[in-house]
Design a protein around this ligand. Structure first.
Ligand SMILES: [Fe+2]
Ligand SMILES: [Fe+2]
Length: 383
């Protein structure tokens, strides 16, 4: 176990014990004070080597800094407590104080039917409430008449999109990725998402017939952002997940054009070359300064599948990042919405049925259910 993970697990274990004791004996009990001090030390040590750490509850899973954890009894208990308190995300920032840890313990120790308002964010402990209402507001947006008029890709933020297209051209010419421009595109999308009246999610389902990698990448980005926001993910992690989606297929730019644009079925040999794009992409991103680590990981893992039956092949027990699972889901959806020379775009009910049948085998269960809730409101007739 890495020392960071050990400190994190120590923190959770001590926090849990302190919470259980505080519920029984109150915050002033010496045992609570001792455990709280230990928890504070563990998290303080961890935050010396990094600015922040994020914990997310996704379904029944606990995800720490993007990595789903193997739940043992104490992580399981911790996840249950957070869920019962309506907490979907906790971000711990460096500079955290002992009194902030105390407040968290006292908030978690209260009975479930106490006022949930008691559990509030502080300067260095940010709590995200589970908010699945995005699907409701998205549904409302989707029923907007503007959909009937047909929204095309050029309606997206113009400046950001042209930057992105330029960037792809630059990589194709073996120049460097301008990561700041990718970040601009992603924050542009996040802003559009936040403004009501822009059915950005519907646009990803609309799908242009052209199979340009950048069209695909923007769609996967929008879908990843929608998934993340529905889980209460915000801030730097949200931005990094968007950037990772934008760059997930960057390795395709190193695959020969004739294979990429071939309309018929690929031969075994061609498919073997195509399957190299995750490794090529990850390697390229690794060598590019300023690219978030998450983007390198998602580029490498986005075809692995939940049960690791995809590619690249890895040892059993490999733990994929949450962002890779999300990208896999968005990627699968977008690929099926694409018109191919041999088939029409697959209908939404068909895609939903396919994804449901892949839950737990090829696709991550909780994330897929979250995604299906999001697209449940998309109206086929409007697309
Ligand atoms: Fe890919
Ligand atoms: Fe893709």
């Amino acid at each position: 176990m890495s020392s960071d993970r050990k400190h994190m697990y120590d923190f959770i274990r001590q926090l849990l014990s302190a919470t259980a004791n505080a519920a029984l004996y109150g915050m002033l009990h010496p045992q609570v004070e001792r455990l709280s001090a230990q928890a504070f030390t563990s998290i303080e040590v961890l935050l010396q080597s990094r600015p922040e750490v994020t914990l997310l509850v996704v379904g029944n899973e606990l995800v720490i800094d993007g990595k789903p954890q193997d739940l043992g009894p104490f992580l399981d208990r911790f996840t249950q407590i957070l869920t019962s308190r309506g907490v979907g995300a906790i971000k711990l920032l460096s500079g955290i104080s002992k009194s902030e840890v105390d407040s968290l313990i006292s908030g978690l120790a209260r009975q479930q039917n106490d006022d949930v308002q008691d559990l509030i964010s502080s300067e260095h402990i940010r709590l995200g409430k589970v908010d699945l209402n995005i699907s409701t507001s998205t549904n409302r947006l989707l029923s907007d008449n503007s959909l009937a008029a047909g929204i095309k890709l050029p309606d997206m933020p113009h400046k950001e999109l042209s930057h992105f297209i330029e960037m792809y051209e630059a990589v194709r010419n073996k120049k460097k990725i301008q990561i700041n421009r990718v970040r601009d595109v992603v924050s542009g999308f996040i802003n559009v998402f936040r403004q009501e009246g822009k059915p950005l999610l519907a646009m990803a389902a609309l799908r242009d017939t052209d199979e340009y990698t950048f069209t695909h990448s923007t769609n996967v980005c929008v879908l990843n952002l929608a998934q993340s926001m529905a889980l209460g993910i915000d801030g730097q992690l949200l931005n990094d997940i968007g950037v990772a989606a934008m760059l997930h297929d960057i390795g395709k730019l190193f695959i020969p054009e004739e294979i990429l644009t071939k309309t018929g079925k690929l031969t075994d040999e061609e498919f073997a070359i195509m399957k190299q794009h995750p490794v090529k992409g990850a390697r390229h991103l690794l060598e590019t300064p300023g690219v978030p680590r998450l983007a390198v990981i998602a580029a490498y893992e986005h075809h692995m599948k939940f049960n690791l039956s995809g590619y690249p092949r890895v040892a059993s027990g490999w733990q994929q990042n949450l962002c890779s699972h999300m990208t896999m889901i968005s990627d699968f959806f977008d690929a099926l919405r694409t018109r191919r020379s041999y088939r029409e775009p697959v209908s939404l009910p068909e895609i939903t049925a396919m994804m449901q049948s892949m839950i737990g085998t090829e696709l991550h269960p909780a994330l897929t259910r979250n995604f299906l809730r999001l697209i449940a409101g998309l109206n086929e007739s409007a697309l």
